[in-house]
Write a protein that binds this ligand. Sequence first.
Ligand SMILES: NC(=O)c1ccc[n+]([C@@H]2O[C@H](COP(=O)([O-])OP(=O)(O)OC[C@H]3O[C@@H](n4cnc5c(N)ncnc54)[C@H](OP(=O)(O)O)[C@@H]3O)[C@@H](O)[C@H]2O)c1
Length: 235
Amino acid sequence: MKDKVVMIVGATGGIGKALTEKLASQGAKLVLASQNSDRLNHLSSQISDTDHIAVPTDITDPEQVQILMEKAVAEYGQLDALVNAAGAGILKQFNKIEPSDLDKMLDLNLKGSFYTCQAAINIMKDRKIGHICNVVGILGKHSMAMASAYCASKFGVVGFSKCMADEVKRYGIKFTLFYLGGIDSPFWDHAGLKVDRTKMLSPNTAAKAIVYALESDPQTVPMEINIQPESHLFF
Ligand SMILES: NC(=O)c1ccc[n+]([C@@H]2O[C@H](COP(=O)([O-])OP(=O)(O)OC[C@H]3O[C@@H](n4cnc5c(N)ncnc54)[C@H](OP(=O)(O)O)[C@@H]3O)[C@@H](O)[C@H]2O)c1
């Protein structure tokens, strides 16, 4: 991954931070984005030896996403890969879901990653090279009680990703969708559901899978990667 320019959206999260540390150790050039500037500055200070920029960005706002892309291009002139690892979960009974809950799931998980993919492709297509990794989660292809709003957003991510992948394969841009099971990260501090985090995957497992996809040979496309904890298998 040496000298590859990789944008990590949601860099301060459990998965994003593990990936940031791994790619920093491999000499990648990083564009780090997330919403909370204190957390982002802290992460930035932890990898001060790595060539990187950190850009506070609320991905629910397409104008901020555009500014993020412009800063990446101004700094590095190109973008080899985008990893979408920003998101949140609201997990409760369907009839307890408020309109504001549904808005949050769709604005952040679905529309936010739509905007970042759209804007990244516009940068990548002139070079005819690029890789987009969307950390969807297994609830982008399987249902679960209490996850109606979350699944609506994640099934949507799968839908738009497959359409975009079809449109941009002629530009040499590939998509990888990650169907990961439960990962022990701060995600579960806010999801509103009691879960046994001891049986979950680690953020490091997710980061390794993403690096595996990013390192794949240019002529291969790892279209989907599905990793579940032993205790909780979806087929
Ligand atoms: N944890 C799991 O079990 C699991 C399993 C499968 C898939 N996933 C998916 O993987 C992704 C990352 O999950 P995680 O476990 O790493 O969650 P996490 O630890 O809660 O991290 C979430 C990340 O999203 C960022 N974020 C939140 N709102 C944002 C916004 N409006 N604009 C930009 N960034 C924003 C957060 O940044 P701030 O610090 O700035 O808020 C943080 O960096 C999510 O899409 C999640 O749905 C998670």
